[in-house]
Design a protein around this ligand. Sequence first.
Ligand SMILES: [Zn+2]
Length: 396
Amino acid sequence: MSELALDTTEGRIIDLRRETAAASLLPRGKAGGRYRCCACGKELIFSGPATPQSSFTPRFRHDGAEPGLDRCGAPGAHQADIQADLTVILDLRDQLLNALPRADVYLQIAPHRAGQRWELPPALIIRHNDQVVVIERPRRPLTKATADARLQHVRTTYGERSTHWWFFDHDDAQQYLAAGTVKVRPHGKPDTHHKVRPTAVQRQLVQAGGAVCWITSGTLFIPYGGHPGAYPALEGEDWSGKMASWAKDWKISHPYPADSAAWWGLVPLSLLALGQHTGFCPAPAFALMSALEKAQHGREAHRRNLAREHAQRAASTQRTSTKSVVPPAETPAAPLPVPPDAPTAPTAPTAPTPATTEHQPVPPRPTLPPPTPLRDVRPQHGRFSWRSLLPRRWHR
Ligand SMILES: [Zn+2]
């Protein structure tokens, strides 16, 4: 831990291995109690090289009577936990600095937390122009109380306009509950997305206005909501017989999953893509979700067309069999609809969408839960629309 210290003056973590300029900028010695050990909370002494040419490795050490003594009083397991937490989040900081070279990215911590056992490591702060993004990287199971307290703290400290992201570990079976896959066709191109079953706390975070994603190496997985259901028959539609399986479908809620989502689908996104737009924003992932919604409208229009054709065929078959004497065997066979898995391009004419929709600005993350509780998405009687279940702000 000799390279790590809590800087009480700046309220941030110093890591001498990553901040090579720090050695020449930081005051030496005790500096009035400025440096604290993150594990035991005691004051630290900063030693730097005597000259820029010196090969001395700058370090923090505990105050001890004997020269060279550097023993931390905290239990070994606690020291290891703190060091692992800080290493993981500082690695993430380095990755984010690559993605957002013009942003200020630092690990913020309140001085009183020095030496405390924390459930949730200190958060990364990204400042870019007027934008403030707070990033959490939980490493241990998160309780609702801890999540609530941190959400509240961030809102109070950085204001309602700040964005609060929670990066969960994609390779941690307690944080990532795999739930199969879903076939998708954004822009008519077939693809498969992984589905995840969010934990109660992950749902709570999104409900409270936070944003959740998973991370592994340099890839993020950004979630949208999946709402399975069935199309209720409108006037003039027949969903019986071979059409029955076509009635079953799912709908998307995005750019953040709605509370009533049965599962969350995941859009993979390179961490480096975060900086391709102004500030921190997973814009390509959000654009892809819009494409999924567009495909969904096309799918619904196509299937409803088939259901209407099915109804018309049934009606004409009935007329034929009651009015004519032609035996049923000679009735021309009605063409069967293509199976549900086949490409489902909309048959209804749709206006071409300008390419600019791919990069529409994304509205700032709402910081309040949906204004009205969302109903369960299940087939209902009468005119039904999934969109009507979503809060107004998700309507486009
Ligand atoms: Zn210590």
